[in-house]
Write a protein that binds this ligand. Structure first.
Ligand SMILES: *[C@@H]1O[C@H](CO)[C@@H](O)[C@H](O)[C@H]1NC(C)=O
Ligand SMILES: *[C@@H]1O[C@H](CO)[C@@H](O)[C@H](O)[C@H]1NC(C)=O
Length: 291
């Protein structure tokens, strides 16, 4: 059947005022209808607790759309600020509360060990000393009895729309004065690391502490800058993101066509004053348990 360029007859026959009035009626019906739906009779008109759970992720839309099996019965908002398109980097202010951050630090503290590196051909622990000097530990959401990590993981999945089972366990890191992570890629180039069962698509960093000075996450190649000079991977240049407790940073390591984004190179500047705590979640293109 040929699709013609004619405007739909529906629009022609029904005048604009009628469309406006009926839209308004539908809106009001939906608005008051949903208010009634979400009243819990047992709690004397107060919103249900289920409603309360989502209240902290933003304003709840009373005119919720019908949704699928795996959908949600409300709209919500997670504020974000685009920091860059090259690489695709997004900032989520107040992604977690100070109490949640403290709780995660408390659990991780007892388990800290010196951070390790995935080694390329020819690299050893000895000759890569100094590249990554933080301490860290891996924590899965189920290991956190306070369910804070469960909440954060769920929230990351909702913000990114990458299913939870694509995430590796949280890597909780502590950087003390002078500690850093020289610039690197989170994705694994098969030509350097050998064939990969799955690839890291994106990384979500949750800053668990403020840092008095230093400790920025840096993207030296942001918008293609510094790529033509001989960058030594230790220098702290380019776009720098200052850690703020409770804020989240998401960036993509892969371009939309699946190749590694050269501008996703990043590192952690040395901490100059204070201490930096961060929870990292690497998100993969396949279920992370397959690794
Ligand atoms: C960003 O990159 C584009 C393309 O290379 C360039 O035209 C533009 O001037 C750059 N912007 C800045 C602020 O460097
Ligand atoms: C993917 O996209 C980038 C940027 O547009 C391009 O340079 C690269 O060649 C593409 N890779 C493939 C395999 O298509």
């Amino acid at each position: 059947m040929k699709v013609s360029g004619r405007r739909s007859p529906w629009r022609k026959k029904v005048g604009l005022p009628i469309v406006l009035i009926s839209s308004l009626l539908f809106f009001l019906a939906g608005f008051y209808g949903s208010l009634l739906l979400f009243r819990d009779p047992a709690s004397n008109g107060a919103p249900r607790s289920r409603f309360m759970e989502v209240a902290d992720v933003g304003e709840t839309d009373p005119v919720a759309m019908s949704h699928g099996e795996t959908g949600e019965d409300h709209s919500s908002s997670i504020p974000f600020q685009i920091l860059s398109w090259k690489p695709r980097a997004v900032y989520y202010p107040k992604f977690a509360t100070a109490e949640q951050c403290q709780s995660i630090i408390g659990i991780a503290k007892a388990k800290l060990k010196p951070s390790t590196l995935a080694l390329r051909k020819g690299e050893t622990e000895e000759n890569t000393k100094g590249i990554r000097t933080s301490s860290g530990t891996f924590l899965s959401a189920y290991e956190d009895p306070t369910e804070t990590l469960n909440y954060i993981e769920e929230r990351i999945a909702r913000a990114t729309m990458i299913p939870r089972d694509h995430g590796e366990a949280f890597n909780i890191l502590r950087y003390e004065i002078g500690q850093k992570y020289a610039s690197h890629y989170d994705s694994f180039n098969p030509s350097e690391y050998g064939p990969q069962k799955s690839q890291r698509v994106a990384s979500f960093l949750l800053y668990l502490s403020d840092v008095e000075e230093g400790g920025e996450t840096m993207f030296p190649f942001e918008n293609g800058s510094n790529m033509d000079i001989s960058y030594d991977y230790q220098q702290c240049i380019g776009l720098k993101v200052k850690p703020r407790q409770g804020d989240g940073l998401l960036f993509y390591s892969l371009l939309t066509n699946g190749t590694i984004d050269p501008t996703s190179l990043h590192g952690s500047c040395p901490v100059i004053k204070g201490e930096k705590w961060v929870a990292t979640k690497w998100l993969r293109d396949k279920n992370a348990d397959l690794n």
